[in-house]
Design a protein. Structure first.
Length: 156
């Protein structure tokens, strides 16, 4: 029994000597070699450009503007051409500044990375919401959400 315990401890010390751990007895009394680290990062660094691969949804089917604390919640429903579209967002135009009393948003979605089925329109529906404060809404009389084939307007 004692030989098994001593053998297990000895085996543990020997196996840690094979790794880069601080329990390696060969590294206890000497300096570690300076090893140059190699990375996959380009020498000039990564591009800081952020690409938006999303496009407008095919059709905006519904739009509602609901009162919330200190502003409004804009809810929109749209139908893409097939299943699998994702990362939906209402992207404001003109930095959320109303132009001629109309605040405009683009209903943007990301296409699926693989081929998908078309399915029924009810299965393809995408719901998205966006909060806008009373301050940003300012003098806007209506809110418009734009898709690829149509746009829908609602009043707050």
């Amino acid at each position: 029994m004692i030989f098994r315990i001593i053998g297990a401890c000895l085996l543990g010390v020997v196996l840690t000597g094979c790794s880069g751990a601080s329990l390696n007895p060969l590294d206890w009394f000497g300096p570690k070699d300076d090893i140059e680290l190699v990375t996959l990062e380009p020498k000039d660094g990564w591009d800081a450009v952020d690409y938006d691969y999303r496009g407008p949804i095919a059709q905006v089917t519904r739009l509602s503007v609901e009162r919330a604390s200190g502003g409004y919640i804009i809810r929109a429903v749209g139908n893409p051409p097939r299943l699998g579209y994702w990362e939906a967002e209402l992207v404001p135009e003109n930095d959320e500044v109303p132009v001629k009393g109309v605040m405009t948003y683009n209903f943007m979605v990301a296409p699926p990375p693989w081929a998908t089925a078309t399915s029924r329109p009810q299965a393809r529906q995408i719901h998205v919401a966006h909060y806008v404060s009373d301050v940003k809404l300012g003098g806007a009389r209506s809110i418009r959400v734009v898709g690829a084939n149509n746009s829908v307007t609602a009043r707050p």
